[in-house]
Design a protein around this ligand. Sequence first.
Ligand code: FDM
Ligand code: MG
Length: 223
Amino acid sequence: MTASQQTPTRRGALVVVEGLDRAGKSSQCELLRDYLSEQGHNVKYIRFPDRTTPIGKLIDSYLRGSANQDDHSIHLLFSANRWELAKSIEQDIAAGITLIVDRYSYSGAVYSAAKANPTLSLDWAWQPEIGLPQPDICLFLSISAEEAAKRGGFGAERYENETMQTRVRGLFRTLFERQKNVCVVDAGKTLEEVSRDIQAAVAVCVAQLDTVGPLRTLGPLAN
Ligand code: FDM
Ligand code: MG
């Protein structure tokens, strides 16, 4: 077969996993990565914030509490941390790699808006996300406050407290009412059950990729 006769590479899927702290995001991302690789997919698992880049290092010291930042400024750094990886995300997807992304623009908008800063609304927070690669599916791992409490205490990082988590929960709900491609997963079930629910949702998404066409970009929030 000559090069021109080869079928073009089928693009990968952009799969985002979102949720509150202790919803099980990282474990589920790993299980999904292993499952998709076994199915023969070329797959990569990445997470935001990516704390390894120069911007990511600033974010890391902010989250650990060793540096302070203005709310808007740190918000834009979180967004810049996605923009600096946007090209490589596009390239991976075009090369047929399915990306599993642990947190994305949704955490970005919601955690910043949860600070209740009067000049940092959810709509303001969404603006810098416009134009970034749009996930083909966003799996929202939903757990109740009670279940989250059962899973253990808060960590030592910024945002890991009851007030923030309660606000974040409400804002995720508000944001996801204004978004397409969001699949709410009941993360209160066992690890295996949640994993099976995720696999089923991702299978449907992957099967639809040909009709969806090329990777899209995030647009303004719907009203
Ligand atoms: N977070 C994460 C933000 O505030 N904005 C963002 O854009 C992203 C991606 O960073 F509290 C918050 C959410 C969380 C913290 O995330 C670190 P991990 O997943 O717990 O490391
Ligand atoms: Mg955390």
